[in-house]
Design a binder for this molecule. Sequence first.
Ligand SMILES: [Zn+2]
Length: 462
Amino acid sequence: MTDIHALLNRSVFIPLYDLKERNHRLRHVRDIEMFNALSRDTLETEQWRNLKNMLEHAYENVPYYRRAYRQAGISPDDIHAPMDMVKLPTLTRQDIRVHGGELLADGVVQNTLVESGTGGTISSPITIYLSPECMDLRLAATIAFNKWFGYELGDKAVLFWGAAQDFPKLDGIHAVKSKVRNFLTSRIRWMPTSYLDDPIMAEYYEQLQTYKPAVIQAYPTPLYLFAKFMAEHNLSYRPKTITVAAEPMYDYQREMIESVFQCKVFDWYGSRELGHMASECRLHNGLHINAHHLFVEVISGGKQVYDSEGTLVVTDLRNEAMPLIRYEIGDVGVISKRLCSCGSALPILEHVSGRLVDTFLTRSGGCVPGVALTNRIIKDCRGIEQMQIVQRDFELFTIRIVKGKAFSENTLTTLNAALRAYFKTDVNVEHEFVSSIPLEKSGKSRFCICEMGQTAGSISPH
Ligand SMILES: [Zn+2]
C-alpha cells in the first residue's frame, strides 16, 4: 500500500523544509548519485582531482599540515598518484586531541561550524568541526545510500540504537519543534538499546505493531537479541528494509534477523569523524566506499595493500574547514580492486573486521581479526549463545560464555581446538559462564578484546 504521508514528505514537506533551512542536500544527492554511476576510470580521475585539491588546500591554509609536512620535508607536489599518499604522515586521534585548533583552516570562524563529537568508547572524545556545506553533503550521502537499501526519504523508521548522544534532546520548545520536524520530514521513532530485557522488548514489539515502520535501523547485536526474543515468542513483523551499523555484524546475527523479519539486512559503515563511509549494495557482497567524499587506504607494513588485512587510513575530501588527511580511524579491514556486478564502480571495502584493539596478536607478529574468529567459533561450537574473548597475553585467554541449549562438555573441547587452530599453538583458556555479555558505555557490544596494549585510536561508527 502506498504510504501517502511518505509521498507527501518526499515531494512537499522535505523540499519546503530544506528551502527554509537553506539546506542543499537534495541537490547534493543528485550529484552523489551521478558520481556513483560513473565508470571506475572516470570516478578515480575525479577522486584524484579532489584529493589533490584537498592536499593543496591543507598545505596552504591549515597550520597543522603546513608544519607537519614541512617537518617531514614533503609537499603536495611530491604526491603524483594515490599510491604516493603513504609518503605523508598519518593523523591520529591523539594528534586531533592535542592540535585540534591548529587543524582548522585559516580564516574559519569556529561558531559558524557544525560540531561532530566522537563517542569515545575507548578513550576520551574528540571534536570534529564541519563546514555547513560538508554537513549538507554528509546528509546527502546518507540519503543517497539509504535509497540503495530501499529506505526512501520520509519513510517511517525506528531506530534501535545504543548511542545516547544521537537521540534528540526533547525539552521545552525544542521538544515541540523537534516533534513537528520529525513528523513532517524524518518520521523516526527512537528505541534506546543500552539496556534490554523481556518487558522492554515486549514493549518495543507493541510499538512496532502500532507504529508500523517501513524501516528498522539498528545496531546488529540488540536487533539480534530482539529477533531472538520474537522467535521465542512466535512473533512476527515484516518491514520493507533493515539497515545495521556501528558494530561488526556476525553471520549468525544476520541469519537470525533475516529469518525473523523476513527481509534482507543492509550493512553500512560510518563514523562521526567521516560520516557515511561505505554501504552494502543489493548483492550484499562487501561494501561500496563513498568515494565522492573519501579516499580510503588499507595499510600493512607501511604499504597500501589490497585483498589483505590492514589498518584503515582515510582522507576526507570534503571537509575544508577541518581537513582530516590520512586519519587512522582505528579499524582493521580489507579493500579490493574488483568491480561489483551490481553496476556501481565505487571501490569495494570487502569487510571491516573490527577495531584495531579488537584484533588478537600472535607471538610471530601476525594478527587474528576478532570478528572472523568469533564467527568461526560460533558456527563450529554448538551450544554457545554469545561469547566474549579477552586476550590477556599471546597464549592466555579469558572467554566469557553465555550457554545455549545445546551446550555440553564437547562445546569447550571444540572451542579450545578452534583457538589452537587459529593461533597455531597451544593456548591457555579460562572459561567464565555468564548470563549476558555486558554492553559498553556507548551501548555497543564488544565480543573481542585484546589487552596487550595496542596503540590504536578509537572508533565510533555512529
Ligand atoms: Zn555492488
